[in-house]
Design a protein around this ligand. Structure first.
Ligand SMILES: [Zn+2]
Length: 62
């Protein structure tokens, strides 16, 4: 198992391979997971846990 860990830019904790990840690349937001996109460890982007991203952007009211 040589999967590279990725870390959340808000809390600094590792983001698990099967957790949802929010990527911010050039101002665009993508929601994905390492399981779905193993190559995302190599992408230069800001990464957050889904919950951390929503904590930063405010509560969703739907
Ligand atoms: Zn986090």
């Amino acid at each position: 198992m040589n999967q590279q860990a990725i870390f959340c830019d808000r809390c600094g904790e590792a983001i698990g391979a099967h957790e949802q990840v929010i990527l911010q690349i050039h101002g665009e937001t993508h929601e994905t997971s390492q399981a779905a996109e193993p190559q995302l460890t190599a992408i230069a982007a800001v990464r957050y846990h889904r919950d951390c991203y929503h904590a930063l952007t405010g509560p969703q009211t739907d």
